[in-house]
Every structure is written in C-alpha cells, then in structure tokens.
Design a protein around this ligand. Structure first.
Ligand SMILES: [Zn+2]
Length: 272
C-alpha cells in the first residue's frame, strides 16, 4: 500500500475536526497518516473559564478527538487565540512543521474566512507553500524530497466566490464518528459555541449521547449538507449514481501555489 501523509492546519483546536474529520477517519482506517495542527491554543473560546485553564482543557480535547479519529498527531501551537499574526517567527514555525512531517498534501482555510485567526492561518500556510522549497530559509530543517499539493477546506463564505469542490468525500458513513470527535470538544460544542450563538442557557450535562448527537447535527449538519450540495457534481463523478444520494460531505479546493496535479490526480488524493 502506498501510504500517504496529510497535514491539516486549523486556526483553533476544533477547526481541523470540523473541516477534515470525516476524511481523516477514512484515511486513518485505510492506513494513511493524518496530522492536525491547531495554530493557536484556543484560550479565548469560552465566556467564563480562565484562559490558561481553557488552553489546557482544549489541549486535552484535541488529544481525545485524535484518538477517536486515529490521527498520527494533533499538535497545538502555543499562540494566543484571536492573536495569530503573520510574523516572520510564525512563518518559520509553519515552514518547519511542513518540512518535518513531509506531507503529500497540506490543507488549511481560505483567506476569506470570517475569523481573523482563520485568515492569518490561511496566509501563513499560503506563504509557506513556496518557502518550503527554499533551502537557505529555515536552513536547520531540510527541504523534503517531495513538494506537497496544497488545498483549501470548505467554508461557507461567498465573497469573492464560494469554494470550489475539486475533490469531495462522502462522510455519511463516518458521520457518527465525526460527531464523536466534536463531542470531545465539550468546551466548544456544548458551552462556548451555543453561548456565542445565543443559547445562553444551554446545558448538555444531563443529556444522553443520542440527545447530544441530535444537538450536534442540528447545529452543524447543515454545513456538511451544504458542502455536499456544492460538491454534487464532483460527488457524482466519484461515486456515480450514488453521488446523488449523499447527504453529508467534506469538499476540497486545489491550490495553485503548491505542487501542480491533474484534476483526476487531485481527486485521487482523497478517500472514497
Ligand atoms: Zn476556528
């Protein structure tokens, strides 16, 4: 088997799970290596906790989620939430992480996403796409033999244009496990995000898994369904007639800044 390596950069410790969780589960089950990186420690993602305690809690949540997905690693960088900057220091960090992991594919946000941290993370990864090939830059970490393909994960923003589904992965078959990953991030999916969305009295403490599962799908399922709608044509190319029936998907757009690849080759980087 030709084992491949996938490196996903999310701004916060739950972004990779939402954007790539289902695909990661399938890849890991097929024996591929998937590493998630959260570029900040998530220490602003709550309304009541102390920042240091929150960062520690969120780190533990990433490790629990990594176990469920079967990730090779879930790394969390020690940058503060809402404060990720496009500095030379951070650029070097991203370049070194990519070179050390030697991925076949690098994925991240687009830079038209809603959160400042998502946009800066997108920029940092974008800048790295060329710099990883410059041997005298970050010369302590050798350039990999193979230059990776770069890609963007789904977002729901339409300005300047919606994301293109160059590749699409059905996740109906792994949805339960993907929701279990979200369940690991209790500080977010049951506390901060409901609070932020106006459900100030939401309390998951007495809920059964079935009730939690329904809550998670009610809040987040529409994104997986929208991704499937955007990627319908691609899903039908990949899955044939069955592509029409797929309800939830993760979709990915090829980035021209990394290694070039044919449209078929790009689709083949992702699991069926
Ligand atoms: Zn985020």
């Amino acid at each position: 088997m030709n084992q491949k390596r996938y490196l996903v950069f999310g701004a916060h410790p739950d972004d990779c799970d939402l954007l790539f969780g289902g695909t990661a589960i399938k890849l890991a089950r097929a024996g591929h290596l998937v590493k998630f990186v959260s570029v900040c420690n998530g220490d602003c993602g709550h309304y009541a906790m102390e920042r240091e305690a929150l960062a520690a809690r969120r780190y533990a949540e990433t490790q629990a989620s990594a176990k469920i997905a079967g990730l090779a690693e879930y790394q969390v960088l020690n940058l503060h939430d809402c404060e990720i900057e496009n500095t030379l220091e951070n650029r070097g960090k991203i370049v070194r992480i990519i070179r050390q992991f030697q991925p076949d594919v690098v994925l991240s946000h687009r830079d038209c996403d809603y959160h400042a941290d998502h946009r800066v993370t997108a920029r940092l990864v974008l800048f790295a796409a060329y710099l990883i090939k410059v041997p005298l830059y970050c010369g302590d970490t050798p350039i990999p033999e193979k230059n990776p393909v770069f890609a963007y994960c789904y977002d729901r923003f339409r300005d300047p244009r919606p994301i293109r589904a160059d590749a699409a992965v059905e996740i109906d078959s792994v949805l339960e496990t993907k929701l279990r990953m979200a369940d690991c991030h209790a500080s977010q999916f049951y506390e901060w995000l409901p609070w932020d969305k106006g459900f100030k009295d939401f309390d998951a403490s007495g809920m059964t898994w079935e009730e939690k599962r329904q809550w998670l799908y009610a809040q987040w399922g529409c994104r997986f369904e929208t991704a499937a709608s955007l990627g319908r044509e691609t899903l039908c190319t990949i899955y044939g007639e069955k592509g029409k029936e797929i309800k939830c998907a993760e979709i990915f757009e090829f980035s021209e800044y990394g290694e070039p690849i044919s449209p078929e080759g790009f689709r083949d980087l992702f699991p069926r």
